[in-house]
Design a protein around this ligand. Structure first.
Ligand code: GLN
Length: 261
């Protein structure tokens, strides 16, 4: 597919994608680059890991998931970068934080040993590992998001941590099938300005064009102002992948009825 006339360039920061890459969440960057090219948007991607400097500016930040061990590896440095990341969020930089990355974009994650891994407090959420004997939240997940025109999002989740929204926090989506934030209150993820947190792995972007285009457009608007927009073009492969994953989620995942033990 040839690119449309250039809509401009977005600066994308992929945080710790060599560490926080469970379920190939780095695929979100690849999907973004592919879709951007198809829509005539250029991408300047900076992969930033332990010890690397953050670029001076960004239009979109991505961080994937990781097991407790990986989260401990990045937490101290991430917290040191928290002030800048929060400043970017206040400036409407688009963000997608997945699972363990989402947890560490919250206030803290208390792991199974009761140790609190500090987060950057961008989302007003806290996460706690469940008591012994509780199941992990694992499986296909289907949610409906009221954010922009995102709508239906499908993915895969695997987390022990249960995330709870603070008083002022807004969920990214509502659970239709699967567990979501905690398997009890029907919320999934969190949204703060243009920053989105979610538990959906997959990676999530290749088969959820509504979410992908939402992030692309938000990044363009951060750089070029509120008039910037993209004209979504159909992507038959993404649509087929989405529909296939939705059918699997409806078949295999528990319809959300409440508490996951
Ligand atoms: N370690 C976190 C948990 O188990 C996040 C896991 C993940 O990123 N898949 O809840």
């Amino acid at each position: 597919m040839t690119a449309a006339s250039s809509l401009g360039t977005i600066r994308v920061v992929s945080l710790y994608d060599d560490v926080m890459n469970v379920y190939a969440d780095r695929g979100n960057l690849l999907a973004l680059q592919h879709r951007a090219a198809a829509l005539g948007v250029s991408v300047e991607a900076s992969r930033v890991s332990l010890g690397d400097a953050l670029p001076a500016e960004a239009d979109l930040v991505l961080i994937g998931g990781g097991q407790d061990r990986e989260q401990r590896r990045i937490a101290d440095e991430l917290v040191r970068r928290g002030a800048l990341l929060r400043e970017w969020a206040e400036d409407d930089v688009a963000m997608l934080a997945v699972c363990g990355g989402f947890q560490l974009f919250g206030r803290w994650y208390r792991d199974a040993q009761g140790e609190e891994i500090p987060g950057i407090g961008l989302f007003d959420v806290t996460t706690v590992a469940p008591p012994p004997g509780w199941t992990r939240c694992i499986g296909d997940v289907l949610v409906q998001s009221p954010v922009g025109a995102i709508g239906e999002v499908v993915g895969f989740e695997n987390h022990g941590g249960r995330t709870y929204l603070g008083p002022g926090a807004r969920p990214f989506a509502r659970v239709e099938y699967g567990f979501g934030n905690n398997g009890a209150d029907g919320t999934e993820g969190c949204v703060y300005r243009q920053a989105l947190g979610t538990y959906l792995h997959g990676s999530v972007l290749p088969k959820n064009l509504g979410l992908l285009d939402h992030l692309l457009e938000a990044a363009l608007r951060h750089r070029y102002g509120p008039e910037a927009r993209i004209e979504g073009v159909p992507d038959v492969y993404a649509a087929r992948a989405h529909d296939a994953a939705v059918a699997v989620a409806r078949r295999r995942a528990p319809r959300f009825e409440g508490v996951a033990r």
